[in-house]
Every structure is written in C-alpha cells, then in structure tokens.
Design a protein around this ligand. Structure first.
Ligand code: SF4
Length: 318
C-alpha cells in the first residue's frame, strides 16, 4: 500500500539517535548551504528566507495520527530535505510534539540561522540540538559549505555561542571532515578549539561514508578518523562513524534495492519513489551498497544512476 504520509519518514535506525522518526519541514532541497559533502545532492533552493515551507497544520496532522496509531521512537527529529530552522513554525511544532507525546525532540541544524534571537528561542525548545561546526575560518567555510549570500563563518560561530549560553539541554556538535579541505591536523585542532569552547555534551565526527554532493568531497579513512579524534578529547563523548554498520532490517532493504538495480539503472529519486522511502534513507542504502562494491554509479549528465555490479569481470573493469 502506498504511504500517504508526506512529511514523516522512518523511524529509521541511527547510531546517533537510536530509532528516530524524521520530520521533513522543507521541500527537497531547501537550505542556507550547499555543502560539498551533502548526501542529498546539490541544494536546488539556496536561501536564507524563513517561511512556512510546509503548512504547519499538515505537519501537526501527520504527527498526531502517527502518535495516535501508537508510533514509538527514541527521538522525533526535525531534519530531512534541508535546513529545518528555515521553517518559521518549527518552534511551534516542537511545542505541539511536547504537548502530545513524551518522545524527546532532536533538532538537526547547520547552525547558520542561530544568529537570529527568534531562531534561538525556538531551537531552545528542543531536547537535543545537533549543530554542525566543520570550518575553522571564512575561507574553509566557503569551500566546504558554499553558503547563501549573507551567511558567514563569524555569524555561524557567534550564533552558536549565543545559543549555547542559554541552552542548558543537550548540545551535540557534528564535525564533518573532508580529505584535503579540513582534515589537516593543524586545522582540525583549530576546529577542536572552537568546538571545545562550546562545551558540547557529545561530538560526532563524520566523513563521507555516504555518496557526497561532489565526488571531490573525499572521505577521511577510518584509521585517520581515529587519529583526528584526539584533539576532541576535551569531550568525554566523541563518536566516529562506523563505515559499514548494518542492522537486519537494513539488510532486507538493501537486498530489495539491489534486486531492482539488477534489472535497470535508477537514480536515487527513482529508488525513493519505487520504495516509497525518504531520500535520506535511500542515501544510506546506496552508500552501503557502494561501500560493499555491489553497485556502481554512473553520472549521465543529469545526475548519478546506480546499477548493480553483475560480475567479477565488470567489477575489475571499473
Ligand atoms: S549537509 Fe545539511 S547543511 Fe549542508 S547542504 Fe546538506 S542539508 Fe544543507
């Protein structure tokens, strides 16, 4: 049966949040940034404009019906197809979730809107806020994130500091490392100094374990990631990605996706439509299949097509 829920996805298993129900507050893909490592591909609507991208009433209705049907999750995460704080009703939505459920709310933000007192006030309603801090100066910020006009490194840092001053709940910082851009040890130390002064409750070090927006956004190896974690040891909770972790449910989905790719090449969007999955979930499965070398990607000028590897010979040829 076709899923009629439009703005919820999951609950998906995640190392960071356990079983997390995702709430998508923006159309695909609306963001203040166009990060080279974005697993969702290029930002098609790069903007700083805050508005009601998705009617708040629709979001509340879908959430309420999920809650009333007995939905369970470890977190309800405001995330999805872009930057959730661009939705001007996200604070009201958090209040609504708290009024109707005991499930804690996680806000996954790139932090670029936190310079605004209104955004900080709404963001402080979340039980967990995860903010990205991957650059160490304006130049590295532009190289990594290709921001919308008016978004700067200083605004990000100052906004995040101001948020931390008032936010006494759990602050998690994500640091995304890209080989050759911000993975040099001196630069990692500069990022670590910034992150440390925010006194985060957890730090998530990440790299391109999923297919990035740009092929040049090279992943840092697992061994190197362990080395680069040491400047962050001011925080007792530093988590680095598992490069090939998998759960039994994931395995079933992978087999189904592989099956369809054996029959015909598909884009990520086509896979999402075929399986009625959110793009975030599709990106996760594609990355694992690529990692296992069971599929390959082929850029046909209109985006990447994925195909199953048919034989060892084909694998060698690639
Ligand atoms: S990684 Fe996040 S912040 Fe960066 S472009 Fe993608 S959705 Fe936006």
């Amino acid at each position: 049966m076709k899923n009629t829920v439009k703005h919820l996805f999951g609950p998906v298993p995640s190392r960071r949040f356990g079983r997390s129900l995702g709430v998508d507050l923006t159309p695909f893909k609306t963001c203040t940034l166009d990060c080279v490592f974005c697993q969702l591909g290029h930002t098609t609507s790069k903007t700083c404009q805050r508005c009601e991208y998705v009617p708040l009433g629709e979001l509340k209705k879908e959430l309420l019906s999920w809650i009333r049907e007995g939905g369970t999750a470890d977190y309800i995460s405001l995330a999805g197809s872009g930057e959730p704080t661009l939705h001007n009703g996200f604070g009201e939505l958090i209040d609504f979730i708290h009024a109707n459920s005991d499930i804690p709310v996680a806000l996954l933000t790139n932090g670029t809107t936190l310079y605004s007192p209104d955004v900080r006030e709404s963001a402080a309603k979340a039980d967990v806020a995860k903010v990205t801090m991957s650059a160490y100066d304006q130049e590295s910020f532009v190289r990594l994130h290709r921001p919308c006009e008016g978004v700067t490194f200083n605004k990000l840092v100052n906004g995040t500091y101001a948020f931390r001053r008032d936010f006494k709940k759990s602050l998690w910082i994500e640091v995304f490392l890209v080989e050759g851009i911000n993975s040099d040890i001196d630069n990692v130390r500069r990022i670590a100094a910034l992150v440390g002064s925010l006194k985060p409750d957890k730090i998530h070090l990440n790299t391109s374990v999923r297919p990035p927006s740009e092929e040049t956004a090279t992943a840092v190896s697992e061994e190197r990631m362990i080395e680069l974690a040491s400047p962050f040891d001011m925080c007792p909770n530093v988590i680095i990605p598992k490069f090939n972790s998998i759960s039994p449910g994931d395995e079933l989905n992978e087999v189904d996706i592989l099956e369809i790719l054996r029959r015909r090449p598909c884009t990520a969007v086509q896979i999402a439509e075929a399986f009625d999955m959110h793009m975030n979930e599709v990106a996760k499965y594609i990355s694992r299949l690529l990692y296992k070398k069971l599929i390959y990607s082929d850029d046909r000028g209109i985006g990447a097509y994925y195909s199953a590897v048919k034989s060892k010979e084909e694998l060698v040829l690639r």
